[in-house]
Design a protein around this ligand. Sequence first.
Ligand code: FMN
Length: 229
Amino acid sequence: MTINTDKTENVTDAINTRITTREFLDKPVPTDMLKQIFETARRTPSGGNLQPWNVHVLTGAPLDNFRGEVIGKLMQGGTEKDTFPPYPQPLWEPLRSWRYKMGEDMYKLLGIPKDDKPARMRQIGKNFMFFGAPVGILITGDKRLEVPQHFDIGIYLQTLMLLAREQGLHTAPQGSWRAFPDTVKKHTNHPDEQHVLVGMSMGYANPDAPVNDLVSDRAELSELVKFYP
Ligand SMILES: Cc1cc2nc3c(=O)[nH]c(=O)nc-3n(C[C@H](O)[C@H](O)[C@H](O)COP(=O)(O)O)c2cc1C
């Protein structure tokens, strides 16, 4: 299947055509379009209407400086302390198999064999280039937030992803940015009481990139949803 880059007409189409896009075109997103997305996303609901997200939208030189510094650090083997582990450890079934299958399907599409660790690391490293996207989004939040506020931030992400589809844009939500909290702080200048929670790439998908053909599996409806009666 090839990625659908049309503007979507309705929410169902936006949901069905959204995929995590891991290669973007070097084509800027018009500023007005970008501002409209974030303006509309203000309507995202949150428990108690706390609106616990702090959003940093990087384009142009600030984006290039930020990702340049992260990549430089990575190339020198530099690491920072993750704000949160990406998954519970150890991951249990069937969650473990879902995660494994997604990774294997992606590397298969890219023709990267299991034992080619350097090629797999290079692919993972593309996270830290925002997959070549012209817009890099970092979301920070107060360290005192509880689990329910993290749901709110997830809802905010989905709002952005669907609004992006309406504009013919694609996105990649990225927990990977939790691995570089110090560099995020340096480039966003967020207050000390906050830390990075998640990031997102946004832009025009490269329709010719094989990685963008990945349509990840889902559990059957009956496995996770019960209707009563
Ligand atoms: C909160 C969140 C964080 C994610 N972090 C990453 C990431 O750091 N890197 C990445 O390549 N994909 C990341 N993903 C994408 C997931 O792997 C992807 O959503 C999942 O495999 C389903 O595929 P789809 O989005 O293409 O439907 C993330 C998704 C979510 C919702």
